[in-house]
Design a binder for this molecule. Structure first.
Ligand SMILES: [Zn+2]
Length: 359
């Protein structure tokens, strides 16, 4: 039976294990141990993802990521009536430990009840938050399942992500020329000035209902009294619409060219990389139908929502695994105000159990 107290304990224990992106070794060992306690043999793959496989053809992947964002060390979960939150100095890490908790509880309950259930492949990935690296390094050839449910959405488990954007990352490196700012500034070319000029020509924030653009980081210069020689910009843009992605891409390159002509003696180098690729789930998607049926049986009304974020689901789908992202009871993810609704987390565990029972 799904056990509310056990869910709260599991979640709090996992939340207390530091697992910033790139530092998932401790949590991965703990998860392998916990899976082993419920009869599931899992191990680390070459990249450090936790993977359990079966030989069965008829299997389903349940997945969540192990890493959390900053500030995420020394998390102190606080349980109040129907909420778990942090003490306000860190994120909670409900993203994605709520998902992991729901999966573990669903499996524990099935084992306890000696229930007959579908073979399952569990995947807990690393470094999702910094660019889906764990999923990108999974060996998809070794997985039997072509279907996956990923716990990484906001809100209750009945909230299903039906659209996710394409995301493009870009870095622009501007090299000007250093010179003493007080003695001979005319010999210098300010890379910061060029960066500023470029930024004001680019979009910022929401472009339209399905597209966004952001310069998230800028660094450059050396000291106060030197004309800055180098400046680097890190940015990204996203859209649910591929044509918009292409047109923003063209705009970005045009503006860089424009600036290059204005400052012919500077060197402007851009690197543009696709981070993840958009998808849209159709009504007849077999995994979607399974999820909807399981939710309805539990008395939960499925709610379809587009998302502006990417998840491991983008990578799974690109590799031929029909994957759907569901909510995992978290709210205000990536902020100090993050919290998990306990009743929703209990529902997510019930959902895991139900989906595995419905062969
Ligand atoms: Zn997440």
């Amino acid at each position: 039976m799904i056990n509310r107290e056990r869910i709260i304990n599991t979640f709090c224990e996992l939340a207390k294990i530091d697992s910033l992106s790139g530092q998932e070794l401790n949590i991965s060992k703990e998860l392998i141990k916990r899976l082993s306690n419920i009869g599931i043999k899992a191990k680390l793959d070459t990249y450090g993802n936790v993977v359990s496989q079966t030989n069965s053809e008829k299997t389903l992947i349940l997945s969540a990521h192990m890493d959390t964002v900053q500030p995420g060390t020394n998390v102190k979960p606080i349980v109040t009536s129907d909420r778990i939150s942090s003490d306000g100095t860190t994120i909670l890490g409900g993203d994605c430990k709520a998902g992991i908790t729901a999966i573990l509880e669903g499996l524990t309950s099935l084992k306890e009840d000696r229930a007959d259930y579908t073979d399952v492949e569990i995947i807990f990935t690393r470094e999702e938050e910094i660019g889906l690296h764990g999923a990108q390094n999974l060996d998809f050839n070794k997985l039997n399942s072509k279907e996956a449910i990923i716990f990484d959405g906001e809100g209750p488990v009945s909230q299903i992500t039906v659209e996710s954007p394409t995301a493009i990352e870009f870095d622009i490196e501007i090299t000007g020329r250093a010179a003493h700012a007080g003695v001979e500034p005319e010999k210098g070319i300010s890379a910061i000035r060029i960066a500023a000029d470029l930024i004001t020509r680019l979009p910022q924030g929401r472009i339209d209902s399905e597209s966004t653009f952001n310069i998230g980081r800028i660094y450059g210069g050396s000291v106060r009294n030197t004309v800055p020689e180098k400046t680097i910009l890190n940015g990204e843009f996203r859209s649910l619409n591929m044509e918009t992605v292409d047109s923003i891409n063209i705009l970005l390159k045009d503006k860089i060219k424009e600036i290059q002509t204005l400052y012919p003696d500077a060197l402007i180098k851009e690197t543009i990389l696709e981070n993840f690729e958009s998808y849209q789930i159709t009504d007849d998607d077999p995994v979607l139908i399974k999820i909807q049926n399981a939710l309805l049986k539990l008395g939960l009304e499925p709610e379809m929502k587009p998302s502006g974020g990417g998840t491991d689901g983008n990578i799974f789908r690109k590799n031929g695994v029909d994957s759907i992202v569901v909510g995992m009871a978290t709210h205000n993810m990536h902020t100090l105000r993050e919290y998990v609704t306990i009743s929703d987390l209990v529902d997510a565990a019930h959902f895991c159990e139900a989906i595995l029972k419905s062969k």
